[in-house]
Ligand binder design. Structure first.
Ligand SMILES: [Zn+2]
Length: 203
């Protein structure tokens, strides 16, 4: 709370207790990793609810796509973390529901610490190799399930990209570890090593 600014916007007001709760949620993924996991950015921006962003990107064929997306959280490269307060409250009201937008965005920040947003945070070399192998295998299987129209064992948003897979799996670690353990035991084991024992672990 001393090194980051929490900035409520769009009419939102946050009292000291609410700011402390936000800070605690953002630190949840850092209990094992340490405070260096917060390096490289300085501002948490909080919207009252989901927020709209204009996007444009050039695809490989040189076509410019423009869109207007509604988001509940975002983590910019070397920039702020942005959260929807309404969604943070919804996560807290249902802490075992499988969603935790604050942990999701901090997972993106951990992922980006090594300069590449690819679903792999900075880890000792041997562990990183095992992580990359196990995560790739689990991600490929999930993508195959989603593409074949089979029921996805976790939120199918995880099949969007390897970095989303890591961030969504992080949400399950903190809020529904039983589902993660059953669906993706290798991934669950890596996350337990990265984050510590899940708070709602049953065994
Ligand atoms: Zn994400």
């Amino acid at each position: 709370m001393h090194s980051k600014t929490i900035t409520p916007v769009a009419g939102l007001v946050l009292d000291p207790a609410q700011r402390t709760m936000l800070a605690a949620l953002c630190c949840l993924p850092l209990l094992e990793f340490g405070e260096e996991g917060l390096h490289g950015w300085s501002q948490l921006i909080v919207y009252p609810e989901a927020f709209r962003v204009e996007r444009s990107h050039m695809d490989a064929a040189g076509v410019l796509h423009q869109g207007n997306d509604e988001l509940i959280g975002e983590a910019w490269d070397a920039g702020p973390v942005i959260l929807s307060w309404a969604d943070v409250l919804a996560d807290c009201a249902d802490p075992r529901g499988g969603f935790c937008v604050a942990a999701h965005e901090i997972a993106h920040k951990l992922d980006a610490l090594d300069g590449v947003l690819d679903g792999t945070p900075p880890l000792p070399r041997d562990w990183q190799l095992e992580w990359a192998r196990d995560f790739q295998r689990a991600y490929d299987a999930l993508v195959a399930d989603v593409e074949a129209g089979r029921t996805s064992p976790i939120d199918p948003y995880a099949a969007e990209a390897p970095e989303e897979f890591f961030a969504v799996a992080t949400e399950y670690h903190f809020s529904d570890p039983g589902t993660l353990q059953e669906a993706l035991p290798d991934v669950a084991a890596h996350l337990a090593r990265l984050y510590g024992r899940p708070p709602f672990a049953t065994d």
